[in-house]
Design a protein around this ligand. Structure first.
Ligand SMILES: Cc1ncc(COP(=O)(O)O)c(C=O)c1O
Length: 386
């Protein structure tokens, strides 16, 4: 028995607000009836506002990985080349998927501390005179490192090089937390899912799709069935799905979109920016090091922190969970044991951040990690004055 609320401060799944939980806890309805059609239209229109697009959106009963696969199999053919960047663990997993699907991946190496290397992008595209690269696929916010790549910059470089590759962006840990503009940045496929900035349980995957990507889908030859956009889009035009949708999660999605709209997207983004800055001030005051190196690429939805040499991040996480009922994100891939992550996204406010940082500071002390006290005070001072 742990009295009080559990602190779920991993970078997703995030805390599901009571309003969303209540919306989900309603009787399931006929997914081929008129009430469902209204629900489907509401969430599809609402998602367009969240993606900042007037184009097509599809919703899968899937995790984010399914939405990754949908983006690739609907637009590409066996043997096509995709340009990807090693920004961290999730970029590497998306690369692995593309290879398994029979694509050729040009994977630009990275150090897991920086975002997409815009100069390397530029050089690769300009060297590709034959137009072999059919897609550039990047992760907006690397959840394993707390580094956010500059998507407007990626689009600018693609335009400057005059390259016709499609642009695909994973916004799994940025959508609804960090400013993201599908139409303005002329992204062709945006990949997202439910359990992070959208404040829902896991179980919904999304693609936002440009007209160019839809056109490409007509000739793309990778096999697809469950993920086929065409079936999804023709059914959703009338408010239905080609197979059984996650009815109750869609109730939750409608409520979550309403909450984001009531707050207003600019305010949502500013709230995340402010909490990220307060967190970084705490980290700096503790004398610890961020994984992210470039201030222009600091994530607003999570912070990844390196442990001093000889100290195990997972031992700290275990202690913090046992003593304070606070879940922090583990280091992933090559950061396993070397870093931990604080998620500050979704349904989150100043006092939740204060509690989270208190848990980390008390944990550092109890685990015997060398650090300077005062991180919480630095964060509170910033929160009070900003
Ligand atoms: C950036 C990013 N991409 C992809 C994924 C995979 O999503 P899922 O675990 O929902 O399949 C995650 C999961 O955390 C992620 O953070």
């Amino acid at each position: 028995m742990s009295p009080g609320r559990h602190f779920l401060q991993i970078p997703g799944p995030t805390n599901v607000p009571d309003r969303v939980l209540r919306a989900i806890a309603r009787p399931t309805i006929d997914h081929r009836g008129p009430e469902f059609a209204r629900l489907a239209r509401d969430v599809l229109e609402g998602l367009q506002r969240i993606f900042q697009t007037s184009g097509a959106v599809v919703i899968y009963p899937s995790s984010g990985t399914g939405a990754w696969e949908a983006a690739l199999v609907n637009t590409l053919s066996p043997g096509d080349t995709v340009l990807m960047f090693e920004t961290g663990h999730f970029a590497a997993l998306w690369r692995d998927m593309a290879v398994r699907l029979g694509l050729i991946v040009d994977f630009v190496p990275g150090d897991w501390r920086h975002g997409v290397d815009l100069d390397a992008l530029d050089a690769r595209l300009r060297a590709d005179r034959a137009g072999a690269i059919k897609a550039v696929a990047v992760v907006h916010n690397e959840t394993s490192t707390g580094v956010a790549s500059r998507i407007a910059g990626v689009r600018e470089r693609m335009d400057a090089a005059g390259h016709a590759a499609l642009l695909m962006v994973d916004t799994i840990s940025s959508l609804g937390s960090i400013d993201y503009r599908h139409d303005e940045w002329r992204v062709d496929v945006t990949v997202a899912c439910s359990q992070k900035g959208l404040m829902l349980p896991p179980g919904l995957g999304f693609n936002a799709i440009s007209a160019a990507a839809l056109a490409r889908a007509r000739t793309a030859r990778l096999p697809r069935s469950y993920w086929d956009w065409q079936a999804m889009l023709s059914d959703s035009a009338t408010g239905f799905f080609p197979y059984t949708p996650s009815t109750n999660l869609l109730y939750g999605l409608r409520e979550a979109i309403a909450m984001l709209m009531e707050e207003g997207l600019p305010a949502v983004f500013a709230r995340h920016r402010r909490h990220a800055e307060a967190t970084r001030r705490a980290v700096r005051a503790w004398g610890l090091e961020l994984v992210a190196c470039n201030p222009e690429e600091f994530s607003h939805s999570l912070t990844a922190i390196l442990m001093p040499t000889g100290h195990d991040a997972d031992a700290l996480r275990r202690l913090v969970l046992e003593r304070f009922d606070l879940a922090l994100g583990t280091g992933l891939g090559k950061l396993k044991g070397r870093a931990f992550r604080i998620g500050h996204l979704g349904d989150f406010n100043d006092l939740m951040l204060a509690g989270t940082l208190c848990g980390v500071e008390m944990g550092l002390s109890a685990a015997g990690v060398p650090f300077s006290p005062g991180g919480v005070a630095a964060a509170l001072e910033y929160l009070a004055s900003s």
